[in-house]
Ligand binder design. Structure first.
Ligand code: F6R
Length: 609
């Protein structure tokens, strides 16, 4: 959601900025804009639509010179998708340009004040208010003006600011939205995430909330919004260029689906010993005594991460015998939740920046819960907010539709549940058996991925249908929800996921001739019940696509199409059952001619509540 890249150095920065912002396109946006300083004057170019439209404009004007500049992709919050509302925004007096991610909550009150002082606004955005405010408070020093303005602001922000009167200076700041400063040789590249920095330098400082950094070609200084100096550690970005490049694949989503076996091998590496029935999670070790006493687990997330959290609930109850709930972080946050003694709240998130999940995490912490993170992005806000946690280690996820992060989340939750179960009541043999099975998942996933052509053929048969159902029971009810979400978000087909038993309580009315119903019908405790639900759909003309356990020939009598997954204990089956549904969703979107990696209206990391 929104992206920022900014540059200070000795090179003309247009191409550096455009290359950087293209690496952030996956975050989702609807317009973009670039500002540079040249001969003490601001040049600003903005365009609606893809970054390619901005590039066309830049080419038509013969390029935009300047060695200090910033670029932004906007995902509309305040005001429609227009060029006027696109960033950068400028003030009307000093010559200040601002790009901003996040939301200024008190922008309306500030705008009224600024209008009373005679400022004229040309957009409907909260960001223009910030630009005007910085201009209003400017007394010859950009850094002080930014600090002063941010002291007046409530809300979340990552900002980058340049000013005609200080043509070698860039000031950046953050609260709530991520921002990092890549430190190169005589040049600095600031960005919302490392993908835009890594081709220039692997050294970066991660800003903390309320940090303000003044950067010139000669160096940088970090302080707080109250001008208290801050000392920062330089981090090594653990990111390989090939991880953020497509390689031989057509889309990042496709690449990430196929990367899942490798990603999970990384997730598992060094974290368990099947022979000894031991799970080794360094991120929990310091809190082991406290965590063993856990009386309740509350799992929080949104979207795909919530579906992983729902599976986590089953895992914690089944394997660790701890009462557990999973819920929308956004609902938990505002419903006066009860947190009893020895409650552990687990935030599940790929980005570690999702505003709803972050707010719920803070709420749970304030109410006395021990907080844990199941997060992919190292050093993200949630990773820093939690008391303990386990990283997914699945590598950067660029595709907007989450795939490898989902299996990473489920795998980590499985290991956490076993870690707790083993410390409470589970014997080494039982734990060891499940760990051995867990270890087979990557190979079994490879088997499923080799059936891609068959999954594509099945998808072709149904791709014209506008309404689909995804049904499963037990562990695979959340997996069915995930299958439906994948299909709807990239192919724009209406799909609903639900427990198979729930269908007859209403949704069955939707079933008409040929309606596709994807059933997760692997062998497990509720297999017979799922078979009955399949019959109910077929009796009404629905077409059943079953995800079934290899060797189950019987199912062919009940389903129009079958996609087989290898046999695995039920508690691990979501890790396999989700894969054919991800593949189907991918093929459906491609067959319908959609841009899989840039689905309409979606942002990768949703940093507004
Ligand atoms: C769907 C998807 C979203 C995210 C959700 C939470 O494919 O990606 O539903 O799962 O926005 O994001 P994170 O995991 O970053 O907290």
């Amino acid at each position: 959601m929104c992206g920022i890249v900014a540059y200070v150095g000795s090179k003309h920065c247009q191409n550096i900025l455009i290359e950087g912002i293209k690496r952030l396109e996956y975050r989702g946006y609807d317009s973009s804009g670039l500002a540079t300083l040249h001969n003490g004057k601001l040049i600003i170019t903005r365009a609606v639509g893809r970054v390619a439209s901005l590039e066309d404009k830049l080419e038509a004007m013969g390029g935009q010179p300047g060695t200090v500049g910033l670029v932004h992709t906007r995902w509309a919050t305040h005001g429609g998708v227009t060029e006027f509302n696109a960033h950068p925004h400028r003030d009307d007096r000093v010559g200040i340009a601002v790009v901003h991610n996040g939301i200024i909550e008190n922008y309306a009150a500030l705008k009224t004040l600024l209008e009373e002082k005679g400022h004229k606004f040309s957009s409907q955005t909260d960001t223009e208010v910030l630009a005007m405010l910085i201009g209003e408070l400017y007394e010859g020093d950009l850094e002080s003006a930014v600090q002063a303005a941010l002291r007046e602001v409530t809300g979340a922000y990552a900002i980058a600011v340049i000013c005609e009167r200080e043509p070698e200076t860039l000031v950046v700041a953050r609260k709530g939205s991520p921002l990092m400063v890549g430190v190169g040789n005589g040049e600095y590249v600031v960005a919302s995430d490392g993908a835009a920095i890594i081709s220039h330098t692997s050294q970066a400082i991660m800003l903390d909330d309320y940090n303000v950094v003044k950067i010139t070609p000669k160096g940088f200084r970090t302080s707080t919004i109250h001008n208290v100096p801050v000392t920062h550690k330089i981090h090594q970005l653990e990111l390989e260029l090939e991880e953020i490049e497509l390689g031989a694949f057509s889309h990042f989503m496709q690449k990430e689906i196929f990367e899942q076996p490798k990603a999970l091998r990384n997730t598992f590496r060094g974290r368990f010993n099947s022979d000894e029935g031991r799970v080794i999670l360094g991120g929990l070790a310091d809190h082991a005594k406290e965590l063993v006493k856990t009386k309740r687990v509350v799992l929080l997330g949104q979207g795909t991460a919530l579906h992983a959290a729902m599976i986590g609930r089953y895992l914690f109850e089944d394997l660790a015998k701890i009462p557990s709930t999973s819920e929308f972080a956004s609902e938990f946050r505002y419903r006066n939740p009860i947190i009893e003694e020895n409650t552990v709240a687990i935030a599940v998130s790929q980005s570690g920046e999702t505003a709803d999940t972050l707010a719920a995490l803070v709420e749970a912490k304030d109410r006395g819960a021990v907080t844990m993170g199941v997060i992919n992005v190292v050093g993200s806000t949630m990773a820093r907010e939690t008391d303990a946690g386990v990283y997914l280690r699945v590598g950067p996820e660029i595709g907007v539709a989450s795939t490898k992060a989902f299996v990473g989340q489920v795998a980590v939750l499985t290991m956490m549940a076993l870690w707790l179960g083993r410390r409470r009541f589970m014997g080494a043999n039982d734990c060891g058996d499940l760990l051995r099975q867990l270890n087979t998942i990557p190979d079994k996933m490879e088997q499923i991925l080799s059936l891609d052509a068959q999954v594509k053929q099945i998808t072709e048969r149904y791709v014209e249908r506008e309404n689909w159902l995804f049904l499963g029971r037990g562990y695979n009810y959340p997996t069915a929800m995930e299958g439906a979400l994948k299909l709807k978000e990239i192919s724009y087909i209406h799909a609903e996921g639900m427990p198979a038993a729930e269908m007859k309580h209403g949704p069955i009315a939707l079933i008409n001739e040929g309606m596709p119903a994807v059933f997760i019908a692997n062998r497990g405790k509720q297999y017979e019940k799922v078979m009955s639900n399949i019959q109910e759909v077929r009796a009404r003309g629905g077409h059943v696509i079953a995800i079934a356990t290899e060797g189950d020939n019987e199912i062919k009598h009940y389903a129009e199409d079958v996609m087989y997954i290898p046999d695995i204990p039920e508690c691990l089956s979501p890790l396999l059952a989700v894969v054919p549904m991800q593949m189907m969703a991918y093929h459906a979107a491609v067959l319908r001619g959609h841009d899989v990696d840039k689905p309409r209206n979606l942002a990768k990391s949703v940093t507004v509540e």
